[in-house]
Design a protein around this ligand. Structure first.
Ligand code: F6R
Length: 237
């Protein structure tokens, strides 16, 4: 595992976008595993700028996102589908039909988990999986637990995750308490993993990547991935 420390969020975003852009250039029909949240917004801005500048072509790229809130329809501005359309898909020439997220509003969540697992497998496990990290060490919405969940599953969000994510909602009560997420299995099957973390994640980055591998710190499993890179930004700006 490589841990790269950079000075700023801007630098982290540029470097991450360069790695993702390199993947797209190398294999135009690659499968990109994508994340939402504050961490990748700058990366998506950089990718969109590279597309606008004619440097990148997403026309054949397929994407699979890690997770989605339960109970939110895709047109809900708090949904991760809405986030992805806003920050990336609407700004590049990816074919929307090739962009995939779990359906958090599916009537039968068990069937939805099975559908999404089969879909990701049929596309081929991601060539590159982009990740953020929660303050409690979650990746996707794999929260600290007794074991590492392998498959797509629904999860009860940790109170600390609900609090952290409430910054994007009017009231903490509006944050969904459940989500559907790819398991650790799919993340570990990605050919390459790229995790980005800002300065507020200093403590958990240390714990996850320099401490013991344990399901109590889900991201720590990445120490065992054959090609994992962490980019840690020392400052916000
Ligand atoms: C989101 C996701 C989460 C976030 C994590 C960090 O799709 O999978 O694991 O990456 O909660 O979120 P930010 O980047 O907002 O600090």
């Amino acid at each position: 595992m490589r841990i790269i420390e950079v000075e700023s969020y801007k630098e982290m975003s540029r470097l991450a976008a360069r790695m993702i852009g390199g993947q797209v250039a190398l294999k135009p029909n690659c499968v990109l595993g994508l994340a939402t949240g504050s961490s990748p917004i700058g990366t998506y801005e950089e990718l969109a700028a590279d597309y606008q500048a004619g440097i990148l072509d997403f026309s054949q790229v397929r994407t699979v996102n890690l997770d989605e809130y339960c109970g939110l329809t895709p047109d809900n501005p708090q949904s991760y589908r809405y986030f992805m359309d806003l920050h990336l898909f609407g700004k590049v020439n990816v074919d929307k039909a090739n962009t995939h997220l779990p359906n958090g509003a599916a009537p039968d969540m068990q069937a939805e988990c099975a559908r999404y697992e089969a879909l990701v497998e049929s596309l081929g496990w991601p060539d590159l999986q982009l990740l953020g990290i929660g303050h409690n060490g979650h990746i996707g919405f794999n929260e600290p637990a007794e074991d590492f969940p392998t498959c797509v599953h629904t999860v009860q969000l940790a109170q600390s995750t609900i609090q952290a994510n409430s910054r994007l909602f009017d009231r903490v009560e509006d944050v969904p308490t459940q989500a559907v997420t790819m398991g650790i299995g799919a993340i570990m099957k990605a050919k390459r993993v790229l995790l980005i973390a800002g300065p507020d994640k200093k403590e958990i980055v240390e714990k996850a990547f320099r401490g013991p591998v344990t399901p109590q710190v889900p991201a720590s499993i990445l120490q065992l991935h054959r090609d994992a890179t962490v980019i840690f930004a020392k400052k916000d700006a």
